[in-house]
Design a protein around this ligand. Structure first.
Ligand code: C5P
Length: 224
């Protein structure tokens, strides 16, 4: 089927302590955003790519992102609103499936995205890239309250891949119910829709703190 991509890229990246949002910081001569979008555009099935940008974004025009499949939409106040604004623009009859990918994840492999799509289409429902938790997990504030059993615990990554109409409906419902929606899967879980876990590579990190940019540069130099 034809697949639409949605890239929420309207964040301000406060935790980066940088002079511009993290998706516009440079990594190996290109912006983080260009790295994040390229693997999606590498897929022939992706024939439209909705980029949610801040209305007064002064940086996008200077990127090398000129692919005709790119459609610019306005971002919202939080990630979920940026994704929802983009979903509102998509014709679900033409694009029955949508891939949502963070602008701040420049290292995702095309092969991981292909695996996610294959597994979900075979299962007939949506899913996410994820990696198993390897550390011992604690709950607590100042002191440890308890150890959280890490069996069956995963880190949720992106892309996340869902039927377009079901995702739009789930996000609308979750927002109306006041549920925290920090990724697409959380809205689908709220709507009691199945979400497949597809194991991806753990170097698919989200640029959040300054050191992440250095780590991403290191990973990019490794043979893949
Ligand atoms: O800040 P965080 O790392 O959670 O952001 C994840 C993604 O969501 C980033 O690509 C960021 O640009 C995007 N975002 C957005 N609109 C917002 C906030 C974040 O598109 N209002």
């Amino acid at each position: 089927p034809a697949i639409a991509a949605v890239i929420p890229a309207a964040g301000v990246g406060q935790r980066m302590q940088a002079d511009k949002p993290k998706q516009y910081l440079r990594l190996h001569g290109k912006t983080v955003l260009e790295h994040s979008v390229r693997p999606l555009l590498a897929l022939e099935a992706v024939t439209a790519c909705y980029l949610a940008l801040s209305e007064q974004d002064p940086y996008f025009a200077a990127t090398g992102l000129t692919d005709p499949r790119i459609v610019r939409v306005n971002g919202g106040s939080e990630r979920v609103h940026s994704v929802f604004n983009a979903l509102q623009q998509i014709d679900a009859a033409r694009y029955p499936w949508v891939l949502v990918h963070d602008a701040a994840r420049p290292l995702v492999r095309v092969s991981d995205i292909q695996l996610l799509i294959e597994r979900c289409l075979a299962a007939g429902h949506g899913g996410i890239l994820a990696t198993p938790v390897r550390d011992t997990m604690k709950r607590g504030r100042q002191q440890v309250n308890c150890t959280v059993d890490r069996t069956d615990l995963w880190h949720a990554l992106t892309p996340q891949f869902f039927p377009t109409a079901a995702l739009r409906q789930a996000i609308a419902g979750a927002l109306a119910a006041g549920v925290a929606v920090t990724d697409e899967a959380s809205a689908m879980e709220w709507a009691q829709q199945p979400v497949l876990l597809v194991e991806g590579h753990s170097d698919n990190l989200k640029i959040t703190r300054p050191a992440d940019l250095q780590l991403a540069a290191f990973y990019l130099e490794q043979p893949r």
